[in-house]
Design a protein around this ligand. Structure first.
Ligand code: AKG
Ligand code: FE2
Length: 517
């Protein structure tokens, strides 16, 4: 039997992660019934009783996913990696030919809980377990045929690259991005001799370790795009030749901080920056201005509009697969309560024939006049207001199309809504150099609320997404929206404060004030 390593990436699963694994994973998928594990994209578990008593190797053999143990050398036979963590059930991982894997918890009563993992799901799990990806990859098949060896090394390189990037992302970024990262790296890896890949990824890793804490986000983009240089800020000339900075105050320190996080506060080489903002100008990024522009940055409407934008949502790496001619119909980015959309494109050698333009329409609900078609070429940063003034759509793409998107929002927007505490801790980041507490303070929250945010931040620090949700949800349900007290005895508000929780003492002080009137 041949496992078809020459045709990897054929996993279809439930259609949410096409290509995020190989034929062996697909075979497992159709053989047993799997259900998604909550908050763990690309990971599934099965409740089929018949496999509970079957160890992973027996299960894989019975499912036709594993060949009989080889007699001679050099047959495709994955070996398991065993992991024992103190206080946890032992884990056994089989990485499957072509990508993805079976991860099994071995219970003390002799039963097994099997999980099916797409390649990106596996990458996230490896990252969360803190195990060495090399160890896992050593279990990768060593294939005899050249084409198969190349495919196997492409999947291995992609997995390694993804696992190296993940520690620099926060949980929600990991969840949103791992799949796109795997696809991106795999494409980069296919056909590239592994020596070259190692060089590329190696240098990033070196860079990453020196920058670890302070500039994590920079690491990610620099890794993906390669030619983005650290510098100060984005300074631009508008069509009248006036120098303008799209980003905030004219102080060197505040400048990169206030609107874009570290990675984008850079000199963007060869990029165009379309700022569909106050005036409809197309501004070209001046490549050589460096810092000189700052002092002249005008106190104009752009600066005003971006003032108080203290939060951004997590960075989202997106892939629009070419295979399915993916597109995104006309819409405005209003649902997130953001002020500014920033999209960074990652596609080398993109041509008009590849489709996938971002089409921006002229302002107006029924307006069909096209303002601009923007090719998603590598290293292009696109900024536009996330308002109903900028209707746009992504035209059908013929190639896989990769982007990183950030939404920037004002503090007041970020702390709205009954679930704002969970939202803050799971989906939002303060714009550097603000700490979360400082940003929440700037949003006008009471000191008690700021302290709760700090406490909860510490509590869930370094936890996996699912654990964070499980811990935060019951805790925040009874925190007073007004003063931040933990108040199981309180009561929810009404009308526009429906589902907002308030402590008895806050209710009491409002009652008193009402009484005095
Ligand atoms: O990828 C793009 O060019 C735009 C995507 C978009 O409009 C969105 O995510 O809201
Ligand atoms: Fe959009």
């Amino acid at each position: 039997m041949h496992l078809g390593l020459g045709a990897p990436f054929t996993f279809l699963g439930d259609g949410r992660y096409p290509g995020d694994g190989g034929p062996a994973l697909q075979r497992l998928w159709v053989w047993l019934r799997w259900r998604a594990i909550k908050n763990c994209p690309g990971r599934y578990t099965t409740s089929e009783r018949c496999v509970r008593t079957e160890d992973p190797e027996a299960l894989l053999a019975r499912g036709g996913t594993l060949l009989a143990r080889p007699v001679g050398p050099d047959l495709h036979h994955p070996r398991p990696v065993n992991i024992s963590l103190p206080g946890k059930d032992p884990i056994q991982i089989f990485r499957l030919p072509g990508g993805g894997g079976l991860l099994t918890y071995c219970k003390p009563d002799g039963t097994f809980v099997h999980t099916l993992n797409t390649e990106s799901g596996l990458a996230r799990k490896v990252d969360a377990l803190g195990i060495s990806v090399d160890e896992l990859l050593r279990s990768e098949v060593s294939a005899g045929m050249a084409a198969e060896a190349a495919a196997a090394s492409a999947t291995a390189a992609a997995l390694r690259a993804c696992v190296e990037v993940l520690p620099y992302l926060v949980d929600s970024e990991k969840n949103a991005s791992a799949y796109a990262l795997i696809l991106k790296f795999r494409r980069a890896a296919a056909g590239v001799p592994s020596g070259v890949l190692n060089q590329e990824f190696g240098s990033v890793q070196e860079h990453a370790s020196t920058q670890r804490k302070s500039r994590r986000r920079f690491v990610v983009t620099s890794m993906l795009v390669g030619d983005i240089n650290a510098s100060r800020s984005l300074v631009a000339n508008d069509t009248q030749g006036r120098r303008r900075s799209a980003f905030a105050e004219a102080s060197e320190e505040a400048m990169p901080a206030n609107i874009l996080p570290d990675e984008a506060s850079c000199k963007i080489q060869g990029a165009f920056c379309y700022v569909h903002v106050v005036e409809e100008v197309k501004v070209e990024v001046n490549l050589d201005t460096g810092e000189q522009g700052f002092a002249e940055a005008p106190e104009d409407e752009v600066v005003l509009a971006l003032g108080g934008v203290d939060f951004r949502e997590y960075a989202m790496v997106t892939c629009y697969p070419g295979e399915t001619r993916s597109r995104y119909l006309r819409h405005c980015d209003v649902s997130r309560g953001a002020v500014l959309t920033a999209i960074y494109y990652l596609n080398e050698d993109w041509n008009a024939e590849d489709g996938g333009c971002l089409r921006i329409f002229c302002d107006g609900k029924l307006q069909t006049r096209i303002k601009e078609d923007i090719l998603p070429v590598a290293n292009r940063l696109l900024l536009f207001w996330a308002s109903d003034e900028v209707p746009h759509e992504v035209l059908a793409t013929k190639r896989d199309r990769f982007t990183i998107t950030l939404w920037f929002k004002r503090a007041a927007e970020a702390v709205q809504g009954p679930n704002f505490l969970t939202d803050l801790l799971l989906r939002h980041n303060p714009v550097s150099p603000l700490s979360m507490a400082a940003a929440v303070q700037a949003a006008g929250c009471a000191e008690g609320v700021v302290q709760q945010v700090q406490r909860l931040e510490r509590l869930v620090h370094n936890m996996e997404e699912a654990a964070k949700v499980a811990i935060l949800e019951p805790l925040v349900a009874t925190i007073c929206r007004q003063c931040g007290a933990s108040a199981p005895e309180g009561a929810a508000g009404t009308d526009e404060f429906e589902r907002h929780w308030f402590c008895l003492s806050c209710w009491h002080s409002w009652d008193q004030r009402e009484g005095k009137k």
